[in-house]
Design a protein around this ligand. Structure first.
Ligand SMILES: NC(=O)c1ccc[n+]([C@@H]2O[C@H](COP(=O)([O-])OP(=O)(O)OC[C@H]3O[C@@H](n4cnc5c(N)ncnc54)[C@H](OP(=O)(O)O)[C@@H]3O)[C@@H](O)[C@H]2O)c1
Length: 254
C-alpha cells in the first residue's frame, strides 16, 4: 500500500480494461500513482486483486467486456463509485496466430469482438461522462496496427481498425473537447503470447526473434508502455488528439 494520491491526475476517474496483467496492470498502477481513481477491469478476479493490492487507488471489476451489457455495466460501476469518468483506456485485447489457411469465421468474430467491438461499446457508454468532463480515450493498438504481420493478419487488421476508430472519433469528438489517441506498443513482456495458446518453447523462440529484430535490442517492459498511456491521457497534454504513438524500440523503422 502507498500514501494517498497526489499527482497530475489527482481525483481523475480512469477505467483500464485488461488491468489484471501486463500493460494494463502497469497502466492501472501508473494512473493510481499519478493520483487517479482507477477501475481495473478484466475477467480474472484474482489477477485484478493482485493489481489492486499494489495501490489503494485501484478498485476492481471482474467482467468479460465482450458480454452483452458489459460496456454499460463497466461505466456504471465507475460512475456509481466516483460520479464521473475522465479517461477510458481500451487496453484489453488478444493476439491470435491465424494463417489464412486456418482462418475461420468464429475466430475472426471472437478476435474482433474483443479488439474492436468491445472498445467501441465502452467508448459509447463512456461518452456522456467524457463529454461532461472533457475527458480522453486511449486505445491500445500495436506496431502491427500499421505494418503487416504474416500469420496473424486478423490481429493486425483488428488493430488497424482500432487506429482508424481513433482518428475518426478524434474528429467526431473534438468539438466536445474529448481527446482520442492510440498507443501502439511493440513486443512487450506480458501474458499475451501464452494467452494466445502458444507452447512455452514457441513463446521463447518468438521472444528471441523479436529481440533480435528490435533496433534497441530488447523487448519492452509494461511500465515503459504504461508511462506513455498516462501521458496521452493527461489533461496537461490538451492539444494532442487523433494520434497513434508507437513505442517499440524502433521496430517500426525496420
Ligand atoms: N505485449 C505485447 O507485445 C503487445 C504488443 C502490441 C500490442 N499489445 C496490446 O496490448 C494490450 C495489452 O496486452 P498485454 O500485452 O498486456 O497482454 P496480456 O497480459 O495478455 O493482457 C491482456 C489483458 O486483457 C484481458 N482480457 C482478455 N480478454 C478479456 C475480456 N474478454 N474481457 C475483459 N478482459 C479481457 C486479460 O485479462 P483476463 O484474461 O483476466 O480477462 C488480460 O489482463 C492488448 O490490447 C495487446 O493487443 C501487446
Amino acid at each position: 500500500m502507498t500514501t494517498p494520491p497526489t499527482g497530475p491526475l489527482q481525483d481523475q476517474v480512469v477505467i483500464v480494461t485488461g488491468a489484471g496483467s501486463g500493460i494494463g496492470r502497469a497502466s492501472a498502477l501508473a494512473f493510481a500513482r499519478a493520483g487517479a481513481h482507477v477501475l481495473a477491469v478484466g475477467r480474472r478476479a484474482e489477477a485484478l486483486r493482485h493489481s489492486a493490492a499494489q495501490h489503494r487507488g485501484i478498485a476492481v471489476l471482474p467482467a468479460d467486456i465482450t458480454a452483452i451489457g458489459a460496456a454499460q455495466a463497466v461505466i456504471d460501476a465507475a460512475t456509481q463509485r466516483w460520479g464521473r469518468v475522465d479517461v477510458l483506456v481500451n487496453n484489453a485485447g488478444a493476439t491470435a496466430v491465424m494463417p489464412l489457411a486456418d482462418t475461420t469465421a468464429q475466430r475472426i468474430s471472437d478476435l474482433f469482438a474483443l479488439n474492436v467491438t468491445a472498445p467501441s461499446l465502452l467508448a459509447r457508454a463512456a461518452l456522456p461522462h467524457l463529454r461532461a468532463g472533457r475527458g480522453a480515450i486511449v486505445n491500445v493498438s500495436s506496431t502491427y496496427g500499421h505494418r503487416p504481420l504474416p500469420g496473424a493478419a486478423h490481429y493486425a487488421a483488428s488493430k488497424a481498425a482500432l487506429e482508424q476508430l481513433t482518428r475518426s472519433w478524434a474528429l467526431e469528438l473534438a468539438a466536445d473537447g474529448v481527446r482520442v489517441n492510440a498507443l501502439a506498443p511493440g513486443p512487450t513482456e506480458s501474458e499475451a503470447l501464452s494467452a494466445a495458446g502458444l507452447p512455452d518453447a514457441v513463446v521463447e523462440q518468438i521472444k528471441q526473434d523479436e529481440s533480435a529484430r528490435i533496433p534497441l535490442g530488447r523487448r519492452g517492459t509494461p511500465e515503459e508502455v504504461a508511462a506513455w498511456i498516462v501521458h496521452l491521457a493527461d489533461p496537461a497534454a490538451p492539444w494532442i488528439t487523433g494520434q497513434v504513438l508507437t513505442v517499440d524500440g524502433g521496430l517500426e523503422l525496420t
